[in-house]
Design a protein around this ligand. Structure first.
Ligand code: NAD
Length: 142
C-alpha cells in the first residue's frame, strides 16, 4: 500500500497498458481516476477495480481537448481533494503503412493524442501538483 491516499489520474485507461497501470496503482492504495473516451469500457475497469477492493472512478474526457483535460483534472481535485500524480498514457496511431498512404487527418490525430495531450495536461495539471507541494507527472510514450 505504498500509494495509500494518493490521488492519481490515468488517461486512456479503459484497456491495454493504461488499464494495467490503473489496476496496479489501485492495488497500492491509490485513489484512481480512470479516464478514457470509451465510457463503457472505462466504467467497467473502474467497477472491476472497486470489486477487487480498490478505489477507482471513471471520468470521460478527450485528452486532445483543453476543456476536457481541465474538467478531468478538476474532477480528481473535487473527488479526492487534491492531485498527486498525472499519468499521461492515452495514445493512438494509424496502422503500419507507407507514409504516402497516411492521411493528413490521421497524422494530425496522432500528434493531438500523443503530443498535444501532454501540453494540455501540463497546463491544467501542473498548477494543482504545485499547489499540493509537489507530485509526479508521468508520460507514457512509444
Ligand atoms: N502497445 C505497445 O506495444 C506500446 C509500446 C510502447 C509504448 N506504448 C504506449 O503506451 C500507451 C498505451 O498503449 P496501448 O498499447 O495500451 O494502447 P491501447 O490502444 O490499447 O489503449 C489506448 C487507450 O487510449 C484511449 N484513447 C485514445 N484516444 C484518446 C483520447 N483522445 N482521449 C482519451 N483516451 C483516448 C483509447 O480509447 C484506449 O483505451 C500509448 O501512449 C502508447 O504509445 C505502447
Amino acid at each position: 500500500m505504498r500509494l495509500s491516499g494518493k490521488s492519481i489520474i490515468v488517461t486512456g485507461a479503459a484497456g491495454g497498458i493504461g488499464e494495467g497501470i490503473a489496476r496496479r496503482l489501485a492495488e497500492e492504495g491509490a485513489q484512481v481516476i480512470v479516464n478514457d473516451l470509451d465510457a463503457d469500457r472505462g466504467e467497467g475497469v473502474a467497477a472491476s477495480i472497486r470489486a477487487s477492493g480498490g478505489q477507482a472512478t471513471f471520468f470521460a474526457a478527450d485528452v486532445t481537448r483543453s476543456a476536457d483535460m481541465k474538467a478531468l483534472v478538476e474532477a480528481a481535485v473535487q473527488r479526492h481533494g487534491k492531485l498527486d500524480a498525472m499519468v499521461n498514457n492515452a495514445g493512438w496511431t494509424h496502422r503500419n503503412q507507407p507514409a504516402l498512404d497516411v492521411s493528413e487527418e490521421e497524422f494530425d490525430r496522432c500528434y493531438a493524442v500523443n503530443v498535444k495531450s501532454i501540453y494540455l495536461s501540463t497546463v491544467h495539471a501542473v498548477p494543482h501538483l504545485r499547489a499540493n507541494g509537489g507530485g509526479s507527472f508521468i508520460n507514457i510514450a512509444s
